[in-house]
Design a protein around this ligand. Structure first.
Ligand code: AP5
Length: 195
């Protein structure tokens, strides 16, 4: 089983690429954002609690998110592996993932860092707000808060991976047409699935 992490700021294209990657390589797409939005939609107690936090552009607590991931991994079988989209986002989440994988004799196989200038992300999210109406895209201040959360809490995770798992850390130019980004990602994953 392979484990691939997609890491990058809001709007860097993690979700867009994750859909295509999981389809092509038959990986379970594990998006903490999608799971949380589903809880919000179904108005579960967790969803009601998470909605206010997400609408402010802040991160949901590590405890909640780690529990969700553990559940997902424990209840998934018959897969070629997992594709983590939007997780881990804090050092505590990265440490928890490490432990969960070790307990199942697995490890991270690749970290794909989606890189582009912040203006590109902001423009994409503002455009999506007009088309899809996602509540955390609607207000520029919330978009800026999401980016600030990224730099404060997730960038250290990216730096940790870049310096400690250098041989499996890949920087992807996310400021290209969707299919070109996908091609670049496939050129990294292809050898992993053939190995
Ligand atoms: P989450 O759903 O993970 O949102 P995000 O990280 O803010 O990311 P986005 O979905 O906005 O962007 P993306 O990088 O996936 O890009 P996408 O492909 O969608 O999290 C939402 C919230 O949930 C968080 O703020 C937090 O509150 C909570 N949460 C989630 N995970 C958590 C965790 N682990 N811990 C704590 N809290 C957590 O693309 C964006 C737009 O750009 C789309 O319109 C797309 O069509 C377009 N686009 C994509 N690629 C391209 C391209 N190459 N060229 C042009 N347009 C493109």
């Amino acid at each position: 089983m392979i484990n691939i992490i997609l890491i990058g700021p809001p709007g860097s294209g993690k979700g867009t690429q994750a859909k295509q990657i999981s389809e092509k390589y038959h990986l379970k797409h594990l998006s903490t954002g999608d799971i949380l939005r589903n809880e919000v939609k179904n108005q579960t107690p967790l969803g009601i609690q998470a909605k206010a936090i997400m609408d402010r552009g802040e991160l949901v607590s590590d405890e909640i998110v780690i529990g969700m991931i553990q559940n997902f991994i424990d209840n998934t079988s018959n897969t070629n592996g997992f594709l983590y989209d939007g997780f881990p986002r804090t050092v505590a989440q990265a440490e928890a993932l490490n432990k969960m994988l070790m307990a199942k004799n697995m490890s991270v196989d690749a970290i794909l860092f989606m890189s582009a200038p912040d203006e590109v992300f902001i423009e994409r999210l503002q455009k999506r707000a007009e088309i899809e109406g996602r509540s955390d895209d609607a207000d520029i201040n919330v978009i800026r808060k999401r980016l600030a959360e990224y730099y404060e809490k997730t960038f250290p995770v990216k730096n940790y991976y870049e310096h400690h798992l250098t041989n499996i850390f890949y920087t992807i130019n996310a400021n290209q047409e969707v299919n070109k980004v996908f091609q670049d990602i496939c050129s990294i994953i292809d050898p992993l699935v053939k190995a």
